[in-house]
Design a protein around this ligand. Structure first.
Ligand SMILES: Cc1ncc(COP(=O)(O)O)c(C=O)c1O
Length: 416
């Protein structure tokens, strides 16, 4: 059975408004199942953790279930490799601070100019410890990572390579497996920001062999919860900043302070819904995910089916853009290279500021982002920081052809 967007949309109450949500890269809508799980948590399990009484025990169970669900989603070796936190940015700052303790002055950290600032600023902060930052550039003509520049940065002093899986502005997918392999050969540890990739395609941390990977549940249809995956040995070895009573072992030692338990409950429910999508519509994709089984398999096939559906929709969007005059698109536009991107696109329109376009869209109940979208470095690099940045349109698993056509018609009206 093929992906049925109408049936999937019925799970998302926010879509009943009829408004068009192309703002997914800033946060996606949440299915009824996750909203209900949060409700259930507050009703039957609301307590702090590790107590003797039933609500506290249910809270412990909520966290454990969420760890198992996210481990399935990312194909982590163990649920103990899954750390929760308020968001990816905070988790990354906590991690970089812990890593800073084992760096020596002159050690090098590689970051990319294509990235969201949450995968740059936490590493720049380590300059305080004497670390040296090396920058990977990107090709301005198609907003892809300059691999030659990466290879030039990599050397015997490289200790950390921090790159994005996909750009939250241009949709570019980076060759993370290749980067990780080269980094490991140089003896470096790798950190992958998968926030923008996670809602669009399957992730397999064991296959890409990253040391750390971060994502955010609210970008893949869950509540506002951040997720950090780390290979167990790395998590174990690092000395984190924490209160003394917090657990000493991973993942607990990384989760200092009270967690968003209701958000964890919602995250599990969201992942179960994605697994349902896999089970219902994506059997055709199961061949490529042998020997996965159960929810792990269903999550992989779901994401493969979602990727297929979204990229079809994205082709329609890009065809429509060709009919709009005065558009400048940033990123990969050649359809034969769409496998190197996710369905997020940045553009500008001659004679209109990005904010003006976003406001005109909002007036037609079409939600798009404008500005730098925290991808400050690439926007600066393209000389667009003082010009209002770009308009960003992001397609998600619940968007439709009709919505894409609405966007194109609105753009044509604006440009005359
Ligand atoms: C690629 C990317 N990385 C990191 C972040 C930061 O995530 P969080 O809001 O969970 O801190 C975002 C959020 O937009 C993002 O798109």
């Amino acid at each position: 059975m093929t992906y049925d967007v109408k049936e999937v949309r019925a799970h998302f109450p926010a879509l009943e408004s009829g408004d068009v949500f192309f703002d997914g890269p800033g946060g996606t809508q949440v299915p009824r199942e996750a909203i209900e799980a949060v409700n259930q948590y507050y009703t039957y399990a609301n307590a702090n953790f590790h107590g003797a009484f039933i609500t506290s025990r249910r809270t412990d169970k909520t966290t454990l279930e969420a760890r198992y669900a996210v481990a399935d989603f990312l194909n982590a070796h163990s649920e103990k490799e899954i750390v929760f936190g308020p968001n990816m940015t905070t988790l990354t700052f906590n991690l970089s601070r812990a890593i800073g303790r084992i760096l020596s002055p002159g050690d090098e950290i590689i970051v990319s100019r294509l990235d969201h600032d949450a995968n740059i600023a936490p590493w720049l902060a380590l300059q305080e410890t004497g670390a040296v930052i090396r920058w990977i550039d990107f090709h301005h003509e198609d907003c892809t990572l300059d691999m030659a520049s990466f290879e030039k940065c990599l050397g015997p002093k490289t200790k950390i390579v921090a790159v994005g899986y996909a750009s939250n502005l241009f949709g570019t997918v980076n060759a993370v497996s290749r980067i990780i392999e080269a980094a490991h050969q140089a003896g470096a540890t790798t950190f992958i920001d998968a926030v923008h990739y996670a809602p669009h395609a399957p992730i397999d941390v064991q296959a890409i062999d990253c040391d750390f990977l971060a994502c955010s549940a609210y970008k893949f249809f869950g509540p506002h919860v951040g997720v950090l995956y780390g290979k167990y040995d790395h998590l174990d070895r690092l000395q984190v900043y924490k209160v003394r009573p917090s657990g000493e072992m991973p993942p607990d030692k990384f989760e200092t302070g009270t967690q968003n338990f209701e958000g964890q409950a919602g995250t599990t429910a969201t992942l179960n819904l994605l697994a349902w999508i896999g089970e219902k519509y994506a059997a055709d994709f199961s061949e490529q995910f042998k020997p996965f089984e159960g929810r792990r398999l269903n999550l992989k096939t779901a994401m493969a089916a979602i990727e297929f559906y979204e990229m079809d929709l994205f082709s329609l969007l890009m065809e429509g853009f060709r009919e709009v005059s005065g558009m400048k698109i940033f990123g990969v536009t050649d359809p034969t290279r769409f496998k190197d991107r996710v369905p997020t696109v940045a553009f500008r329109v001659n004679g209109h500021t990005p904010r003006e376009i976003a406001e005109r869209m909002a007036a037609e109940n079409i939600y798009v982002w404008d500005g730098h979208c925290y991808a400050l470095e690439p926007v600066k690099r393209l000389g667009l920081e003082k010009k209002g940045g770009v308009v960003r349109v992001g397609l998600s698993l619940y968007n439709t052809k009709e919505e894409v056509n609405r966007l194109i018609s609105a753009l044509k009206r604006i440009t005359g």
